[in-house]
Design a protein around this ligand. Structure first.
Ligand SMILES: [Fe+2]
Length: 275
């Protein structure tokens, strides 16, 4: 799996992608992974290439719609048709809200140029919409779009969470010479792209300006062991400020999460500080 940005930096979001792909239980994903990812990136400087999805103020930037959007595109995740020419391309990713929680049922409406750089303005070739699945994931199957005058290589997309405003933006390919001269180009919208046997596999995660709770509020359900204030225990919901002991030392919880094996206080400084 390729979960690195074009700079090779493993972002918090890519770690979340890995967790989602690995089928982690949803509550754990929603509540704890950002903190875990922060731990993995400790000491690194976040690149500006993609939204980090960590502090609630960096949704995917909008871009101009351009002149070629058409409503009422067909519902389909593959834009390939019989006889379609061009280098095959898949674009996969997740759609997150401001708290880095994936959003299901998000509409993604893609449109792009064909291999020759032309848009179909009479029909719906290389146009299609789909919805994120229960895990907030999407996957587009298409071709690498051709170039046309004045622009670098790009995909167009509109992204809309249920009942929320539409994000209109574009996605870009690393290493394109015209990225340096296209005034619309934004490096924050670069996909991760790799070669895959003559085809291309791209990844991009959207962050929508959708407020989210950081996670379910843990319900205090005192039990003899593992409750806040006692000995750290996997499966326990901790809140910021909770104190535990682990390995004979005391720790204070820095942010709400449900404890998991591997997230013991010494291992995850983003979640626990020494008391
Ligand atoms: Fe375009």
């Amino acid at each position: 799996m390729d979960h690195e940005t074009s700079t090779g930096h493993v972002t918090r979001k890519t770690v979340l992608r890995a967790a989602l792909a690995a089928g982690m239980a949803a509550p754990a994903v929603l509540m704890g992974v950002p903190a875990l990812a922060r731990t993995l990136t400790a000491g690194e400087t976040a690149p500006a290439l993609t939204p980090e999805c960590d502090d609630g103020d960096d949704p995917t930037p909008p871009q101009t719609e351009g002149p070629y959007f058409k409503p009422n595109s067909p519902l389909r995740s593959s834009l390939l048709e019989a006889g379609t020419t061009g280098v095959r391309l898949t674009v996969s990713g997740y759609v997150f809200g401001l708290a880095c929680r994936p959003i299901s049922g998000v509409l993604l409406d893609f449109w792009q140029a064909d291999v020759n750089g032309a848009y179909d303005n009479t029909g719906f070739r290389f146009r299609g919409h789909q919805f994120t699945d229960a895990a907030g994931a999407f996957k587009l199957t298409t071709i690498v779009p051709g170039l046309y005058p004045g622009r670098t290589r790009h995909l167009h997309v509109k992204v809309q969470a249920p009942g929320r405003p539409v994000l209109t933006t574009q996605l870009y390919f690393p290493g394109e010479p015209r990225n340096n001269t296209d005034t619309i180009f934004d490096p924050r919208l670069l996909m991760t792209v790799r070669d895959a046997g003559g085809a291309r596999e791209a990844a991009f995660d959207f962050v929508l300006n959708v407020p989210q709770d950081p996670g379910p509020t843990p319900t205090p359900t005192p039990t003899p062991t593992g409750v806040p204030g006692g000995t750290w225990a996997a499966g326990t919901g901790y809140r910021a400020g909770d104190s535990v002991t682990y390995g004979g030392l005391g720790y204070v919880c820095l942010q709400a999460h449900t404890a998991q094996a591997g997230w013991e206080p010494p291992n995850v400084p983003a979640l626990w500080r020494t008391a």
